[in-house]
Design a protein around this ligand. Sequence first.
Ligand code: IPE
Ligand code: IPE
Ligand code: MG
Length: 262
Amino acid sequence: MSAEIPPESRYPLDNNRLPRHVAIIMDGNGRWAQRQGLRRVRGHAAGAESVRLVVRQARKVGISFLTLYAFSEENWQRPGAEIRVLMALLSRYLQRELKEMQDNQIAFQAIGNLSRLPQDVQEELAKTAAATAAGAQMVLTLALSYGARSEIVAAAQAIARAVKDGRLSPEDIDHDLFARHLFTADMPDPDLLIRTSGEFRLSNFLLWQSAYTELYFTDTLWPDFREEEFMKAVWEYQQRERRYGLTQEQIAAQGASRGPRT
Ligand code: IPE
Ligand code: IPE
Ligand code: MG
């Protein structure tokens, strides 16, 4: 990795128990700015720097899938000027980080109702995904114009169409088939979901996929969430026991905190 490696972490990780997939609700940019008497959009710019540093740290630690909630379907209701700044920051981020992603074998993709995004952003997303497709070390997913309920409804519609056309029978519909109709079809469910800024809600993020995800909430605002905060969240994840409905004794007998996918 590149030169600016942060000092040794206070949170030593067990490499045998790394979460495969970490998802983050990056919240608190606006409050971070307002607390300093700045305009909200300044918080988004500072938040983009956190994205850069956390992506780099996740890659360094050995996380296979990192999914970042950057813009929700509901965020379209924000003031137009704020949305425009967010879109501009997104384009700039993709342009600036392309080389780093390629150098570090990171495959980029975006999920969500992407057709609502400005044309130039859609093109930048497609270009970045194509240019990084060979990345084999980490999949970086940005959730943009994303809403989990819409994702689930779209999956239900696709499955209903397949049944109507006779390509599928209702008995074929199970957890796996349903999951294959979501944006995340090719990804494991998140093991760890982080939300910053002291809010305790999912805000329409990965509702199906997070059925057994470990949740981690921190008061830290996203622009202040940097490498060490990320290490702390993963470290705390490693202190937990995932039981998937079983008893502690059953889990101990299994010898590992593994569990069913859905
Ligand atoms: C998260 O920060 C970024 C987006 C939702 C796009 P916010 O903009 O929601 O910041 P707060 O929650 O208002 O502080
Ligand atoms: C959730 O943050 C969406 C993103 C981080 C992109 P919001 O700030 O939009 O969530 P609410 O409105 O507080 O639930
Ligand atoms: Mg917010």
